[in-house]
Design a protein around this ligand. Structure first.
Ligand code: ADP
Ligand code: MG
Length: 452
């Protein structure tokens, strides 16, 4: 009988463990996850590109040798990166290795055990979302139903959502907590259609105690799927069970989402995750150092936190890169090494550093009005429209929240939401507007890159 992938990989690991020094094994091999072994090809996954390049440069031949020895075949190795693995990287405790290797198999739930409220750092950018999530976890379906969490990529949506699931599960291990990405939900539905097993699919999703659907924006434009989800939603809601959803933007801003879904998504509580301020970013880095058992100088943590602001996943990636470098080379880290090591990440950050002021200036120029008027109190149409365009671009091109954008325009949160909806709607009908927006976007990005 052929060995399954887990057995094969564990045997290969045992080989490698015999060949390699213990610390090397722990650092570089125990972090690898084996995704699949099929048709002579092994897919191995690590949590970031640093591990990937280091492994390819240094240990791939050994890994290949071990796999060949245990499988009896020459296997092709595909070593890829999955950033969602970062937070699953092991603590540096040898006795943990086996639990790490096997903890990837879903136990009673498919939740990532590391995503808990304990490991979530609370700051001004996320305290409302955190409090709402906590309340929903403590009194499922009674506090806020549905809970709708939105925010940009890498700001902790999945983490918070799974923390809710883990909490509910820890209080009631027999309760059924169902976590799924919207994409798998859609794929499963399609499969159920193909295999005539819709009844099973419906039973699975409609009889949970808590349904956590991640990245619901994936439903946009998929009418048939929305129809199915509408009924799933109603069934769970009517059973008084908890629904939590995450999205990259508010439901009302999702083009191609049926109005009846938009309105349902807003029935409960809608909360936003914003970009964390620098203090929160430092606190997150400290927490990760604790979890990963890393010791990095405080000044370097600040340096990293100051420069990487838009995405917490990227922040973690940078930390791991730095930590790996220090532990491998044994060299002390300094500013210039850090800059070199993080150059790609810092580049990406700069590209994203579009400012509201920059947008205001370019929009005022384009419509030939004064910047003072654009942000001033006057309301004539020849100013109001460019102002709304600038608000829309600020919302879609920067990482800033509605209140921050509101401040920059001397307007309130609702005015910005309204402007964004208006521009979004008009551009679906107005080709010329789409061209103008695209031109303005190009100018904004261009001016940002010049400045950066
Ligand atoms: P999203 O789903 O919004 O794209 P994730 O939830 O995947 O973001 O978060 C990205 C990474 O950042 C995860 O590893 C997560 O643990 C971490 N993270 C995000 N917010 C926090 C926080 N407040 N405290 C600690 N870690 C965080
Ligand atoms: Mg996510």
């Amino acid at each position: 009988m052929r060995k399954d992938k887990d057995t094969l990989w564990e045997e290969a690991c045992r080989h490698l463990e015999e060949t390699l020094p213990k610390d090397i094994f722990e650092k570089w091999i125990a972090v690898i996850q084996c995704r699949s072994i099929e048709e002579g090809k092994v897919v191995l996954v690590v949590g970031n590109d640093f591990y990937q390049s280091w492994l390819v440069e240094h240990y791939l031949p050994l890994i290949r040798k071990a796999l060949t020895a245990v499988s009896g075949n020459e296997l092709q190795i595909d070593l890829t990166v999955d950033y969602s693995l970062i937070s699953e990287q092991p603590e540096e405790k040898p006795e943990k290795r086996h639990s790490i290797l096997s903890s990837r198999k879903p136990a009673e739930t498919n939740l990532n055990k590391n995503y808990t409220f304990d490991s979530f750092v609370v700051g001004p950018s996320n305290q409302f979302a955190h409090a709402a999530s906590m309340a929903s976890a403590q009194s499922p379906s009674r506090a806020y139903n549905p809970l709708f969490i939105y925010g940009d990529v890498g700001l902790g949506k999945t983490h918070l959502m799974q923390a809710i699931g883990n909490f509910i599960h820890s209080k009631n291990s027999r309760g059924k907590v169902c976590y799924t990405t919207c994409e798998s939900f859609v794929n499963e539905y399609i499969e159920a259609l193909q295999t005539n097993s819709l009844a099973k699919f419906r039973k699975k999703y409609r009889t949970t105690d808590a349904l956590l659907i991640d990245d619901i924006h994936f439903l946009a434009g998929k009418d048939r799927m929305q129809e199915e989800f509408f009924h799933t939603f109603n069934a769970i809601f009517e059973n008084h069970k908890q629904i939590v959803m995450t999205s990259d933007r508010p439901a009302g801003e999702l083009a191609g989402l049926a109005p009846r879904l938009v309105s349902r998504f807003e029935w409960g509580l809608v909360v936003e995750l914003e970009s964390p301020d620098v203090e929160t970013r430092v606190a997150i880095l400290r927490k990760k150092c604790e979890q990963l058992n890393l010791s990095i100088e405080q000044s370097l943590l600040f340096y990293i936190a100051e420069r990487i602001s838009s995405n917490i996943r990227r922040l973690e990636g940078a930390l791991i890169r730095v930590a790996s470098y220090v532990s491998l080379t044994g060299q002390a880290m300094d500013r210039s090494k850090l800059e070199y090591l993080l150059r790609d990440t810092l580049d990406q950050e700069q590209k994203h550093a579009v400012s509201i002021e920059g947008i205001q200036k370019l929009v005022a120029e384009h419509y030939d009005i004064r910047l003072g008027d654009l942000v001033g109190p006057k309301r004539p149409q020849n100013i109001a429209w460019p102002r709304q365009v600038a608000m829309y671009l600020s919302r879609t091109m920067t990482n800033q929240s509605f209140p921050v954008i509101g401040n920059a325009f001397g307007r309130n949160h609702a005015t910005i939401v309204h402007a964004c909806q208006l521009v979004e709607r008009r551009q679906t009908e107005d080709l010329k507007l789409r061209q103008t927006l695209s031109l303005l976007r190009q100018r904004v990005s261009h001016s940002t890159q010049k400045a950066g």
